[in-house]
Write a protein that binds this ligand. Structure first.
Ligand code: V47
Ligand code: SF4
Length: 374
């Protein structure tokens, strides 16, 4: 039975300020990683799959019981025009390309009017006409129109681009974003935190150290963030494990990561590899992430890249969240994933029940808005 409630575990709060309490961070989390590099490698390679899933699910269950969350959200991708050319990206366009687009502020605001939308996720291409002032102006207008909406906006890559264009520091950009109403920095742009992959796939934009530095600065300013991993292309197992260990170390030093989101590479037309990672590979990455990142509260099964069946199974391999309904997601759509561009809240509830879990609707800060009990 579904119960509508506004159950805010943190007590009376300003509904729009993030309550990043690190509720699941325990004292031992700041000590050394829970497993060695070698064991982590085995998790990705030949550790018995069901035993791995059982271990990761046990960690998820100890934290959240049978609860799995989702959010009613909208992806806002203002433009796909981008000055960079990452080799894995089907989304970006150059001026004159048939698939190039740029939305107006009015079009964006229209999509966020519906009061059932609890989170806006804003990320786009890097394009002078969508510079810092205009992007901040968009956030201010959304904030004015929907004071309670959770705004997750601008990746570290965009922060670095804005700082370069404005000739100011990334700290100043982050502080101005917070002032305009941004609640959380999304996890994009991390790709694989490896200098080799940076050179091979995304050398135009910031590399691993700059990405980590910007997230660390955000945390120090009190702006929480997410982290992603783009896997299933040319990366090695060692590079995945190193990526996870780097995130864990940053979180131990300067906490602020809320969720970790493994993104399975969609070959689209870029074809770094011919096929999407196999379901077993996706499940191993999800489970290993849950077991290594014991100091990051949430692991998402991001259905647009995992595909729906694997996302459901991932809920038994350590993931505790499905992300959201999305509205109109464009980044993966342009890689022609075969996944829908949006799902209804009821469809997400059904997916969670199929995994034997209880669906809970949350907002962007993981406050439970509606819980379903057995
Ligand atoms: O950084 C681009 C990835 C990211 C492809 O913070 C691709 O909650 C797969 O970061 N196949 C942007 N991935 C999206 C993102 C994100 C998504 C969901 C939730 C959150 C969060 C963040 O998309 C980019 C890049 O790594 N990407 N092209 C592709 N063909
Ligand atoms: Fe531009 Fe981002 Fe695509 Fe790279 S991944 S080309 S920065 S839109």
């Amino acid at each position: 039975m579904r119960q509508a409630s506004l159950d805010l575990p943190c007590g009376p709060i300003n509904p729009r300020k993030t309550l990043f309490t690190m509720e699941t961070l325990r004292p031992h989390d700041v000590a050394s990683p829970p497993i060695s590099f070698d064991v982590a490698l085995r998790y990705l390679r030949d550790f018995p799959l069901l035993e791995l899933g059982k271990r990761a699910f046990a960690v998820k269950r100890a934290r959240y019981g049978d609860q799995v969350t989702f959010v009613s959200n909208r992806h806002v991708n203002p433009t796909n025009l981008c000055v960079y050319s990452c080799r894995f990206c089907d989304y970006a366009a150059k001026n004159g390309d048939a698939h190039a687009y740029s939305l107006t502020e009015e079009e964006i605001l229209q999509g966020l009017e519906n009061p059932v939308v609890h989170e806006a996720h804003i990320v786009g291409g890097l394009w002078p006409k969508w510079g810092f002032e205009r992007s901040l102006g968009l956030v201010r207008r959304i904030r004015a129109a929907r004071p309670e909406l959770f705004i997750k906006a601008f990746t570290a890559v965009e922060v670095a681009y804005f700082a370069r264009m404005e000739k100011c520091t990334t700290r100043e950009v982050l502080a101005a974003m917070m002032d305009a109403g941004v609640d959380l920095l999304p996890g994009g742009g991390a790709e694989v935190l490896s200098d080799r992959i940076h050179q091979e796939l995304y050398k135009d934009k910031i590399g691993p150290q700059a990405w980590l530095d910007i997230h660390e600065k955000a945390h120090a300013l009190g702006l929480p963030s997410n982290a992603t991993l783009l896997f299933g292309h040319i990366e090695t197992d060692e590079e995945i494990v190193a990526h996870l260990f780097k995130l864990r170390a940053l979180q131990a030093r300067t906490p602020g990561f809320q969720s970790f989101i493994p993104l399975a590479y969609q070959p689209g037309t870029t074809q770094l590899v011919a096929q999407l990672a196999a379901p077993e590979r996706c499940l191993r990455v999800i489970a290993a992430s849950r077991l290594i990142l014991d100091n990051i509260p949430h692991v998402k099964a991001y259905w647009p890249t995992l595909q729906i069946e694997t996302a459901v199974t991932a809920l038994n391999f350590g993931a505790d969240d499905l992300d959201g309904t999305l509205g109109k997601e464009r980044i993966m759509q342009l890689a022609e994933t075969g996944s829908p561009e949006k799902l209804s809240a009821d469809f997400l509830r059904t997916m969670i029940r199929q995994a034997g879990q209880h669906p809970h609707q949350r907002d962007g800060a993981y406050r439970i808005l509606e819980r379903e009990v057995a």
